[in-house]
Design a protein around this ligand. Structure first.
Ligand code: SF4
Length: 339
């Protein structure tokens, strides 16, 4: 019997290369392994935790996220690829878990502090942001997910999910498996300006991008600031462009003697960037081409997503029904004792 995997991605704009290297590439790999049954969702409810004032922007972007996911190799016929908000069970289970999760468990979450800093929302931390790990617990367990592909930095979140599951099972009887981590050794890819890659910071390279978009991201890369003139000696170890060669194109860097040429000042940064841009374009071109084809058949794509929504919803409803039966929440016609 295959092991069930559940994971989601927030639709905060176009998917970028950092998303791909860090998470999505691994999704495609897991999808293609026989031992797993994959449930991957677009976490639109989650995007409201920090973007509730611009909900309509999230809505506009949803279909595009599905195009991108399919363009990079996720196949709705192999993985359930669905929309979180289309399945009412996510918000129902979130509500139920909210009742049994002590505030103290949530207040110790370091990621909330980081999000408050990154999104500059100190004055208005809303209940949804504090409670997003509870929604994550609901997302995973609604499908009785057994494994969650995560990096080491996300282990505390998964532990919180397990704590909630243990509490639920202790209170009401065992319904949910405790999900285990499927540790993935993916690197965090920084942007070409050396900062965290983010659409908000304007430094993201879309994973499905035209040649022109790739070039406009690469040409503004921050390189070695001590290189003023073309033949100034460079320091590749502090250059973001060189870092990308190291991550993606080691062989190419070796065959063009990039490190040595840079140190000797024998190659200009603009030429180096052009080379990186061309290589990235070659790497990402199949995604771009696949998206162009998908966009010619929007109805077919929509139908595939709806089929996945239906599959996910069937399982979710069963779980919620099981909980309601445990709770005894049903209206039955009893004769009133008062009559
Ligand atoms: S030549 Fe290339 S590696 Fe060297 S500093 Fe310029 S961009 Fe970076």
């Amino acid at each position: 019997m295959s092991k069930r995997i559940v994971s989601g991605v927030r639709p905060t704009g176009r998917l970028h290369l950092g998303n791909y290297v860090g998470t999505l590439k691994n999704w495609v790999k897991l999808q293609n392994e026989e031992e797993y049954e994959c449930f991957f969702f677009v976490a639109d409810w989650h995007s409201l935790t920090t973007g509730f004032e611009h909900a309509e922007q999230v809505g506009c972007n949803l279909f595009n996220v599905f195009y991108d996911l399919m363009a990079i190799g996720l196949d709705p016929e192999r993985s359930a690829l669905f929309l979180q908000s289309a399945i009412s069970g996510h918000s129902e289970l979130f509500l139920i878990y909210s009742m049994i999760t002590p505030m103290g468990w949530l207040e110790r979450n370091p990621t909330v502090k980081e999000m408050v800093r990154d999104y500059d929302i100190k004055e208005h931390i809303n209940y949804g942001l504090i409670g997003y790990p509870v929604l994550q617990a609901a997302d995973i367990t609604l499908y009785k997910g057994e494994y969650v592909p995560i990096g080491k930095d996300q282990l505390p979140h998964l532990e919180l999910t397990r704590e909630i599951v243990r509490r639920f099972n202790h209170l009401y009887g065992s319904i949910f498996p405790e999900p285990k981590e499927l540790l993935t050794d993916f690197p965090v890819l920084k942007a070409l300006d050396g900062r965290r890659m983010s659409k908000t910071l304007g430094n993201a390279i879309p994973v499905v991008a035209s040649e022109q978009e790739i070039w406009s991201a690469v040409k503004s890369a921050v390189t070695d600031p001590s290189r003023v003139y073309r033949n100034d000696p460079g320091h590749p170890d502090i250059c973001n462009v060189y870092h990308y060669f190291e991550v993606f194109f080691k062989n190419e860097a070796r065959s063009m003697d990039l490190q040595e040429s840079c140190i000797k000042g024998a190659i200009g940064c603009m030429d180096c960037k052009k080379k990186l841009s061309a290589l990235l374009n070659g790497m990402l071109l199949p995604f771009y081409e696949r998206k162009q084809l998908l966009m010619q058949e929007p109805e077919k794509v929509k139908e595939m997503i709806e089929t996945c929504n239906t599959k996910a919803d069937r399982i979710a409803r069963k779980t919620i029904q099981e909980i309601k039966e445990k709770f005894g929440f049903k209206v039955e016609c009893h004769e009133s004792k008062e009559n």
